[in-house]
Design a protein around this ligand. Structure first.
Ligand SMILES: [Zn+2]
Length: 220
């Protein structure tokens, strides 16, 4: 943790050297951090900034891994149900279609958006942002896509979907023979990769790299 206190008055610093805590609005001097260091708010303890080594390269690897998990996670069977001699295989996509065909079009659209559409859009936005930094092209579009990603973040609900699937499996075990499918493993893989990606892709470093700051680019 870095001590952000300074003997000078904050008003003596130019605006770009100041930062406000996202949680408690405390105004302070922006800390200068080295690789692997992080700064916490001295008042509430919120993590203000963190600088990670090779953030773009590592994030790109994680985005590509998540995209590889995406198709099997959504289109391979999550579970196989065997009830009274009848066998069904359920995928995320077949679940959306089943909701739609049973007259719950609104719920089907919501489930599609939160479990398939928005997670894919988030990954594509992240991929575009990282490529625009890595290849040094289309930075202005990179800024736009990173803003879109920030708005989409709350709407991808893979963890909610996974929890509901686990509850369904526990409930169904008493009624029918349930076999877990490869799709479930890929879904868990996708979820874990996305969480890892969010932790790795430090927003401060990405914004600075998109804005073309020399020191942040050198570290990526
Ligand atoms: Zn704070």
């Amino acid at each position: 943790m870095h001590d952000t206190a300074d003997s000078r008055e904050l008003s003596e610093f130019p605006l770009e050297e100041l930062a406000a805590c996202h949680e408690c609005d405390l105004l302070m001097r922006r800390p200068h951090l080295g690789d692997g260091e992080r700064a916490e708010c001295p008042r509430c303890g919120y993590e203000l900034f963190s600088y990670r080594h090779s953030v773009v390269t590592r994030s790109l690897a994680l985005v590509l891994a998540a995209l590889l998990f995406y198709v099997p996670a959504n289109f391979l069977p999550i579970m196989q149900l065997n009830l009274l001699g009848q066998t069904t295989q359920d995928t995320v996509w077949s679940g959306v279609l089943a909701l739609y065909h049973s007259g719950m079009g609104g719920v089907a659209v919501l489930v599609f958006l939160c479990s398939m559409g928005i997670p894919l859009l988030k990954l594509l936005c992240q991929l575009f942002v990282l490529l625009s930094i890595r290849l040094d092209i289309g930075r202005s579009y990179g800024l736009l896509f990173y803003r879109i990603y920030q708005h989409l973040r709350e709407w991808g609900m893979l963890e909610v979907y996974l929890m509901s699937t686990l509850v369904a499996i526990v409930k169904l075990v008493d009624l029918a023979e349930v076999n877990l499918g490869i799709g479930l493993a890929c879904f868990v893989g996708l979820l874990l990769t996305q969480i890892w990606l969010e932790v790795t892709m430090s927003p401060q470093q990405i914004w600075e790299a998109l804005a073309g700051k020399e020191d942040s680019l050198a570290r990526n």
